[in-house]
Write a protein that binds this ligand. Structure first.
Ligand code: NG1
Ligand code: ZN
Length: 534
């Protein structure tokens, strides 16, 4: 095995003087630098599968919302979760080994983790639409063959579809089966659940979906073949920005990240006033809604607004089904959630809010502590997870009225519709459409549930971002010493002021976030905190 690994590794040499790190989004960088990294991630996938007794591990090749020339790779654990923390460090170790040391590091991990090399290794993988994808897949395959792993190539998929398939593969034929192990199985599961949840309700108007010219475009088009037409109880879904043949247009002036950071619709949008619009990101795990208000201009309905919408709807259903006292429902956010959304959940919805560090693995983990855990990052990445106890209650509770029976049926449908493994833009979009149809709400009514505090996010280039160490879910700096005191003193001078600084996990910079009662105060606070950090 060592010889095979060395020979294969030599075909994928590591660029000299590069240090790689498995971050919140796996490894991500210019695609030209990624060949050796993907090869070594393939080796880690084989090790991880063997360590877990031959359960299937997923590998996704994508750089999400980043430019077309970038790419990335991340690992998916057997139940569709993000890779276990400790293994991020093993991946980093192998990614940084000298070429000639790759077999040695591989073996040392095998020994340290007591992995039996005779155990089968099973891996599935997919990629987004980037032109660099096929070549990187070859590096992955070379690693899987050298490590003696069995593998299945799912070709082009959205990231959440690969998470779905990983879970389905590992639960196939068991009582926990998550669905049919195929892309078709994914569409069938979503569309069947959608039809059940929409029973007796009617969507009003159309929704325009900007697919960021990424893999979400063709996959949404495929899903539409399974969904009912608008005339038959479905939603009129119009797809735009679905060109996956011109590499350079991916995420370019469109997509969820563009809309969220620029706070405007894609220039290509032809939407009229009050038209319901949403944008996916390049691998379709994020979604943002928005519309143009004739009086107030562009209105963003971000991850916070999706979380509050979902929490309020599911909370109401649980109340109608007489389940509310037995189930713990909560919302998980990061420090980037708008303060107004946190207040709305706690005060208006009467639900607890938990704050975690950035990165969906932290949010997901915290959400599983609730029976119904709603988690979203402000940028639109999130989902709702249901505990076994919640699922059991949805299926066994005896309804005492037609209204209770209907609420239980909607809860059961939602638990099938909502991707339990990771944030999923296609599933989240159907969820929002279902809720708006149930409430007979236009985006304007949704928007009016609470008013966001004006806020500003600034990227600050610093000498060494690793000097910035935080505590309290990244809301306070402990190092460099003294900076947090200065921020605290400053924040007190602003009405509804809140600000924090943390090192980005995906870019070489520190991010400063500030919010306050007025736009000028929020801008001023952000700029002053940035000067402190610089
Ligand atoms: P960093 O670069 O650590 O701030 C960004 C996003 C996260 C998350 C990750 C992973 C912001 C402020 N941060 O993290 O929410 O999505 O990328 O993709 O949007
Ligand atoms: Zn993404």
């Amino acid at each position: 095995m060592a010889d095979q690994i060395l020979a294969a590794s030599n075909k994928h040499p590591k660029p000299v003087d590069r240090v790689f790190q498995y971050g919140t989004a796996g490894f991500r960088m210019k695609a030209t630098l990624l060949d050796s990294v993907v090869f070594r991630v393939g080796l880690v996938a084989a090790l991880r599968s063997r360590k877990l007794g031959g359960q299937t591990i997923g590998v996704m090749i994508t750089a999400s919302h980043n430019p077309p020339e970038d790419n990335g790779v991340k690992l998916v654990d057997p139940m569709g979760e993000m890779l276990e923390n400790a293994w991020e460090a093993y991946s980093t170790e192998l990614a940084n080994a000298k070429d000639e040391d790759v077999p040695k590091v591989y073996q040392s991990l095998e020994e340290k983790l007591k992995i039996n090399p005779e155990t089968p290794a099973r891996v599935i993988y997919a990629r987004d639409t980037r032109p660099s994808g096929p070549k990187l897949v070859q590096a992955l395959v070379d690693a899987l063959e050298a490590a003696g792993a069995e593998y299945t190539d799912y070709k082009l998929l959205t990231t959440p579809q690969l998470h779905y398939l990983t879970r389905c593969t590992n639960t196939e034929g068991t009582p926990q089966s998550y669905g049919d192990v195929s892309e078709k199985g994914y569409y069938e599961k979503l569309s069947e659940a959608f039809v059940r949840a929409m029973k007796g309700k009617k969507a009003s108007g159309a929704v325009t979906v900007d697919c960021a010219n990424g893999v979400g475009g063709p996959k949404l088009a495929e899903l539409l073949k399974f969904l009912p037409k608008a005339s038959a109880g479905g939603v009129d879904i119009k797809i735009i920005n679905d060109d996956v043949l011109k590499a350079e247009v991916l995420n370019h002036e469109c997509g969820a990240d563009y809309v969220k950071t620029k706070q405007r619709a894609p220039p290509s949008s032809k939407a009229g006033n009050n038209d319901r619009c949403c944008s996916l990101d390049g691998d379709a795990d994020r979604i943002i809604y928005y519309f143009n208000d004739p009086e107030h201009g562009f209105r963003l309905l971000d991850g916070d607004k999706i979380a509050t919408l979902a929490a309020s709807f599911i909370g109401d259903l649980a109340r109608e089904a007489r389940l509310i006292n037995g189930l713990k429902i909560g919302v998980v956010q990061t420090a980037y959630a708008n303060g107004a959304s946190t207040k709305y959940v706690e005060k208006q919805l009467g639900l607890p809010v938990v704050c975690t560090p950035t990165g969906v693995k932290w949010l997901h983990h915290a959400a599983t502590k609730f029976d119904v855990g709603v988690y979203f990052e402000a940028n639109g990445h999130g989902t709702v997870v249901f505990s076994q106890q919640a699922l059991k209650a949805f299926h066994t509770k005896e309804p005492e009225s037609p209204a209770q029976a209907a609420a239980l049926e909607t809860l059961r449908a939602l638990s099938d519709l909502i991707n339990q493994t990771v944030g999923d833009a296609l599933s989240d979009m159907l969820l929002v459409e279902i809720i708006l149809a149930h409430k007979s709400w236009s985006p304007r009514e949704w928007d009016l549930t609470y008013v966001d505090l004006p806020n500003r996010l600034v990227r600050v280039e610093v000498g060494d971002r690793n000097l910035f160490k935080t505590t309290d879910a990244e809301r306070k700096l402990v190092e460099p010493q003294g900076i947090q005191d200065q921020i605290d003193t400053l924040v007190k001078k602003y009405k509804d002021g809140r600000s924090f600084a943390r090192a980005s996990g995906t870019e070489d910079a520190v991010r400063v976030y500030a919010e306050a009662a007025t736009r000028s105060e929020a801008d001023d606070l952000a700029s002053k905190v940035s000067s402190i950090v610089k």
